[in-house]
Design a protein around this ligand. Sequence first.
Ligand code: ZN
Length: 358
Amino acid sequence: MALSIPVVWTDAHRLHDPETAVWVGVSIPADELPKRAEAIRSALEDAGAPIVPASAHPDEPLLAVHDPELVDFLRGAWEAWVAVRLPEDPGQPDVVGYIFPTPGFLAGLEPRVPTALSARTGAYCYDTMTVVAEGTWEAARAAVDTALTAADLVLGGKPAAYACCRPPGHHVTRGAFGGSCYLNNSAVAAQYLRDGGFARIAVLDLDAHHGNGAQAIFWKRADVLTASVHVDPAAGWFPHFLGFADERGSGAGEGANLNVPLEPGSGDDVWLAGVDLLLESARAHRSEALVVPLGVDAGAGDPNSPLQVTQEGFREAGHRLGALELPTVLVQEGGYVLDTIGSLVRATLEGFEGGATS
Ligand SMILES: [Zn+2]
């Protein structure tokens, strides 16, 4: 049976295409590539899914989850980088930080905003691999529109919609970007559904890496549950500093954050048991709508994760999500194997439609 879930799309994702990232001080080939989204679209079109163009939205939904300073920085960073001629001297074509206001450095003092752009970058970006290139802002902003258009469809009565977002977003906090992400598409969609009338939202993150962005943004809130199944950061995986099981939220949000870290090498059975814990948390939360940051980098063979989930595992996860029978916005996050990313997303969405009876 053909897929009926609307696939929200923008060609603007292609504008973000940096050639390299900086990792442990070395320029390495970028792997968050335009071909990823093209492969997904191709697989979903083959499955019969309707393609819906993303529509432009104002900044308000974006500013509901992000600091204006972060948004302003991203909007102007590349032009500013070029204006101070850093591409010529020392020869770095893209915006990358070199000094970071870590707690030990600040020793309790409030940091100033640095004058030098090369330093100011470190106030907003917490790693060196997430470079801002020409077109990054336009693509990242269009990815937000993609997620918001999918949320519009669900607010308008569609049972579900899939946002083919790129660049991804689930590692972005209220005020800082990183992890190959710039703006938190999933978190923007969750807050937008909340503002659109759903009283309780669950963000169920299936990406292989911890969804630290939504965790941070909704940390003190009970109305937005954040839950993530991911490779154990203690085993040496991004985001390293966060994503542990004892992070449960605070204040009104105490208990409204769930992390399910998994051993490297975990396959379908263990991963699906983790997915079940996310689903149980949404049921207990009495969530009225779901946002699913859907990375498929937990798939076996993905170089960015040691998890070993099969295509059938993703199909089953989709099935179980669909069985919740809640209005759902699925938002693309990671997944880096061009030969399989499309089929893994397709299997998840087919499973999702098979799980929903309505
Ligand atoms: Zn990931």
